[in-house]
Design a protein around this ligand. Sequence first.
Ligand code: PMP
Ligand code: GLU
Length: 402
Amino acid sequence: MDCISKRVAALAVSQTLAMSQRSQELRAAGVDVINLSVGEPDFDTPAHIKEAAKKAIDDNFTRYTPVPGYMTLRQAIADKLSRENGLHFDPAQIVVGNGAKQELCNVILATVNPGDEVIIPTPAWVSYVEMVKLAEGHVVELPTGIDTDFKLSPERLEAAITPRTRMIMFCSPSNPTGSVYTRAELEALAEVLARHPHVLVLADEIYEHINYTGTFTSMASLPGLEGRVIVINGVSKAYAMTGWRIGYCAAPLPIAKAVSKLQGQYTSGVSSIAQKAAEAAYTGPQQCVADMREAFRRRRDLVVELARRIPGLKVNEPQGAFYLFPEVSSYLGTRTPDGRAIDTDTDLAMYLLDDAHVATVAGSAFGTPGYIRFSYATSDDNLREAMRRIAEALGRLEGRKG
Ligand code: PMP
Ligand code: GLU
């Protein structure tokens, strides 16, 4: 019986989660896999945040929560947006959901009509395209490559906008490339968007704090974009809280209300306990954020240095997030010593998993074949050993070009 809806049948499986699951299964079967696939901080959630969650249970924060989140948490988020980003959002414009992931999807479902065009510069995080497909929107991908540091130029943006463009999705610092747009680069894009007031901007700022440039510019702070930027952020990356599932959107009021209506029908408000933990994250000491960023920066330096020693990998120096996205095309069209063909980046990622026992994610999952993503949110020892295994496995491939 064909019982799956066309909508869900057409969706791709999340490759980041699939590779991570595969690596966990291999590990459970006794294989010593190093997991550089899923992107999540390897640190424990800071103690004061965990204490706040325990207290929330004892204080009986155990009932249904308001659909858009506790007012105290939304106020803490509004205060964060004002303090750190110079943005003025009323708590009524903020909706807390099950991670940034749910709020991205909610905003898309709340704003995109079937056939509307949604511009996505690629490489882009695996879920963007699938979320737009769920809303029956039409994805307009704008491919970029390592030679331009994976950044979109104002000219290409201008050329892609049509009267049917509903939204552009934007991610800086970027998953999967680690690129961080400068304020001047963002201003140049904003100047284009200012000429097209019918276009909404969905700005995924989840890696705001994992940024080694020393400055961060929120899209919502740029002139010409007032009232049409939806900011997405959350606690997963900055506070090592991926499992707590707290993210938010800060949006123009009608969009926030629509997101809340949607959420009210299919998930309700997020876990009371996780919300109180997130409130502690935003109102408590912030040193933990800086400490984790510093650890990620050190690891970035290490992994870039090690990757640059591997012949044939083209490696940029990511300025944020915790991913390296080298170009690997010189290894495509090769063969393993036992004769398996490595024709695509997916073949290469599978070879690295099966033969080197290092889990990565193929660039095609992010819309950009010919690349591989490594998450370096793991220990120095793991990174050294993983890069040693990768170098060795790549060195065994026969017929490399160049
Ligand atoms: N956006 C990007 C670019 C991400 O990498 C992630 C991480 N999965 C998310 C959104 C979602 O984060 P979360 O749902 O854990 O808040
Ligand atoms: N952002 C992470 C990644 O890209 C988490 C996994 C996911 O939700 O896709 O690997």
